[in-house]
Design a protein around this ligand. Structure first.
Ligand SMILES: Nc1ncnc2c1ncn2[C@@H]1O[C@H](COP(=O)(O)OP(=O)(O)OP(=O)(O)O)[C@@H](O)[C@H]1O
Ligand SMILES: [Mg+2]
Length: 335
């Protein structure tokens, strides 16, 4: 049974120019002790999905439809008081640009122990500090830095403190939004290997949001590829990358030097995201897709299983082998 199950989720932002459908009919299953990567270019709705799951949307954002089942409770309908109980304890969140989210006026000790005292009222001060030091060691940080203020730490250390905070109450699941962005290569590699350790040793599940395909392939068991507010392909990471089915994933794979041996073969994909205010009727990728057909312009294709464990939303999914072989011959719109 899934630990977290998102079904048919729609999230909208109200703006002066009308509603923006940032997450559109997204379904996602997260099994216990697994890492699920959410991949997609800037503006495709990754953070909105993460915030909706955490019920941390800004005031103009709202869940219009759908369920977010965590164990046997629906997060989308949960009361604020129950949410406070389960945050950190069952589900923890590392927001994007987390670097700025530590409070500059409190020490690392104060910030780490706060969650313990709030949730485990019987814990003594000494026990809480011991636990805070233990979790700092877990994330590879010297516990003697516990009395430091955030400004005394390097960016990599601050990122580690946020990881420590997310792990301190041993939640079942951590949602990490771009936890490796902005870190230098060495620290990034350490964070990535640590994420796998948390899964294997503490049995934690992770939703790992990133625009970096290489980071995600390295760590994730499953990968969900988002485009224009929708998940267009979802399956075991290796399969999604080795044999992508959706044209967007095919293009993405062929546009990236990290996973492609010959840079001269790279294809150029346009960076302009689709308009989420007035989306096309059919497939969101239709304007850029070199394989589009008549029906792609009328109705969005169903998100269906096309290989055991892999689902995709494309009318031409059954021809994926052929589409892949043509990827370098066809013209990719870079509008
Ligand atoms: N508070 C808001 N009000 C209105 N629109 C918003 C708001 N926050 C995000 N959006 C819009 O929703 C869409 C999805 O944004 P989101 O931040 O979820 O993307 P993302 O995939 O996380 O991008 P990035 O990789 O840049 O972090 C974008 O079109 C964005 O402009
Ligand atoms: Mg984001």
């Amino acid at each position: 049974m899934s630990l977290l199950s998102v079904r048919d989720l729609h999230v909208e932002y109200a703006t002066a120019d009308g509603p923006v459908g940032a997450v559109d009919d997204v379904s996602l299953e997260i099994e216990p002790e697994s890492i699920v990567g959410i991949l997609g270019e800037s503006g495709c709705g990754k953070s909105t999905l993460a915030k909706a799951i955490m019920r941390s949307l800004p005031d103009n954002g709202s869940i219009q439809q759908g369920e977010i089942q965590l164990h046997d409770e629906d997060l989308s309908e949960m009361s604020e008081s129950r949410l406070r109980e389960i945050r950190w304890e069952t589900i923890a969140y590392i927001p994007q640009s987390a670097m700025g989210s530590l409070d500059s006026v409190y020490t690392i000790r104060e910030q780490l122990t706060e969650a313990i005292h709030a949730h485990r009222t019987e814990t003594t001060k000494t026990e809480a500090i011991d636990r805070a030091k233990e979790v700092l060691r877990t994330v590879g940080m010297d516990p003697s830095r516990i009395e430091d203020y955030p400004h005394q730490l390097s960016g990599g250390m601050r990122q580690r403190v946020l990881l420590a905070m997310a792990l301190i109450l041993e939640p079942d699941i951590v949602i990490a939004d771009e936890p490796t962005t902005g870190l230098d290569a060495l620290i990034r590699d350490k964070v990535l290997s640590d994420l796998e350790t948390y899964r294997d040793e503490f049995g934690i599940s992770l939703v790992f949001v990133s625009h970096d395909i290489a980071d995600l392939v390295e760590t994730s068991d499953r990968l969900a590829v988002m485009y224009g507010g929708k998940i267009v392909e979802q399956g075991p990471s290796r399969e999604v990358i080795d044999e992508p089915i959706h044209p967007y994933t095919i293009g993405l794979k062929n546009s990236l030097p990290e996973i492609h041996s010959t840079p001269e073969d790279l294809i150029a994909m346009g960076m302009n995201p689709p308009n989420l205010r007035d989306p096309p009727n059919g497939c969101r990728f239709v304007e850029k897709c070199p394989y589009e057909t008549e029906e792609c312009r009328t109705t969005h294709p169903e998100f269906r299983e096309v290989r055991p464990g892999t689902r995709t939303a494309c009318y031409r999914a059954d021809e994926a082998d052929h589409l892949r072989s043509q990827a370098k011959e066809v013209t990719w719109s870079d509008e």
